[in-house]
Design a protein. Structure first.
Length: 412
């Protein structure tokens, strides 16, 4: 076997990592190395969002430790039966790349995942060694996100959380049935067990009610996240969002990431030949936002579309509003926060500004225009001191006016 150069390994393993969407670096604690003599900070500036082989700078150095894998998941480009070029980094190579890229101000941290090699424990131990070496040997204070390998030993997960800012365990597919069909070597129960263990550790380190003077040991301060592949199976948006809502409530997840399925070479005949519309992924993110911050439940959101799917032409809040015109107009000077959050075009900060401003005087339409960036979308659904929408809420052209035809996006 011909030994690969570090540059070639980087090209292979950075490209192989692009399918994992759960690599945001938000939500971590502030940390810098100014007092330790080390390197790095979670407050970096002048950095984009990860690294690609073509030289684009994209915030996190996003890598697989290896794309060798003992599993044969039908939807994965790196499955054991796939005819792709394989590569593997050593621990020291990942450490060196991270430090070199950081010193050049290309990145603010590391996102590290991996195919499964030998055993889950062996793979997880190698990834933990990368994070531990960066923190202990090089006093690296930048951001680190590690992908959790389900079924790895609990003590390895505990150590991973000691060194990493965020941990993520991919749920893979929206339903257990789909996972058993396309990835029979993976067990849904093992994935949930890993997530539950992380939740337990997070609870231990954030429980302020414990009667102890000892400061709890830090554990993954940016929390845990997960990812679902969308469009590989036949799950509708209702099933996807129901699973996401359950994950948020059960495991204290910071984010559920939705990744549109991308057809792969030599794919199983059970998989679709074409990817889903990327607009579907976008609408799921919008719906996810409504669940987490706007007080909507899944049936309400999905009711804005048809047949268990979101309306691709409209954002989910607007779709819901158009199907519930009887709930409008909402008086911005009297409605409570919960109702205001249901107005299309009014975001969380906009609602907070409305609530604060109306304590001093009754708000007019011009006042509202200064408090929100989407007055054209808001206007048909609200009443103000000098405004009522009149026939706007019954205008049959309102949908076309507020929702231009969607454009299909490209995945890569």
């Amino acid at each position: 076997m011909v030994a690969l150069s570090l540059t070639r390994k980087l090209a292979i393993l950075a490209d192989a990592a692009k399918y994992d969407a759960s690599c945001a670096s938000s939500g971590s604690e502030k940390r810098d190395s100014s007092k330790t003599g080390g390197i790095g900070s979670t407050e970096g500036s002048g950095i984009c969002h990860s690294y690609a082989p073509d030289g684009r700078c994209i915030s996190l150095l996003k890598l697989l430790l290896t794309n060798f894998c003992i599993y044969d998941c039908a939807y994965c480009i790196n499955r054991s039966s796939s005819n792709v070029e394989r590569a593997r980094f050593s621990v020291d190579e990942v450490v060196r790349l991270t430090l070199d890229f950081y010193k050049r101000n290309y990145i603010e941290g590391l996102f590290l995942s991996s195919g499964i090699i030998r055993t889950p424990d062996y793979t997880m131990e190698q990834m933990v060694r990368v994070a531990r070496t960066l923190r202990e040997t090089h006093l690296f204070a930048g951001y680190i996100h590690l992908k959790v390998i389900p079924n790895a030993a609990p003590e390895l997960l505990t150590e991973a959380g000691r060194w990493a800012d965020r941990l993520s365990t991919n749920i893979e597919l929206p339903t257990d049935t789909a996972l058993e069909q396309f990835a029979p070597e993976k067990r849904p129960a093992e994935i949930r067990t890993a997530m539950a263990r992380l939740r337990g550790k997070l609870d231990e380190t954030t429980d302020d009610k414990k009667p102890t003077k000892a400061k709890p040991e830090k554990f993954a301060p940016a929390g845990q996240s997960t990812q679902m592949i969308i469009g590989a199976d036949k799950a509708d948006d209702a099933a996807i969002l129901t699973r996401a809502a359950g994950l948020y409530s059960s495991y204290r997840l910071k984010r559920v990431y939705y990744s549109a399925f991308s057809p792969i070479p030599d794919a199983s005949s059970r998989l679709p030949l074409a990817p889903p519309p990327l607009m579907r992924e976008h609408r799921l993110y919008q719906a996810d936002w409504l669940i987490r911050f706007y007080g909507f439940d899944v049936p309400e959101i999905v009711a804005g579309g048809e047949g268990g799917h979101l309306d691709l032409a409209l954002d989910p809040k607007l779709a819901w509003a158009l199907k519930h015109r009887g709930s409008f107009p909402i008086d911005i000077n009297r409605a409570d926060r919960e109702l205001l959050l249901r107005v299309p075009g009014l975001g969380v900060s906009g609602v907070d500004r409305v609530l604060s401003s109306r304590r001093h005087h009754r708000l007019t339409l011009a006042d509202l225009a200064r408090l929100t960036a989407s007055i054209d979308k808001v206007r048909p659904f609200i009443a103000a001191a000098d405004w009522t929408p009149g026939g706007l809420t019954d205008d049959l052209r309102l949908r076309q006016k507020l929702a231009p035809p969607p454009k299909q996006l490209e995945l890569f």
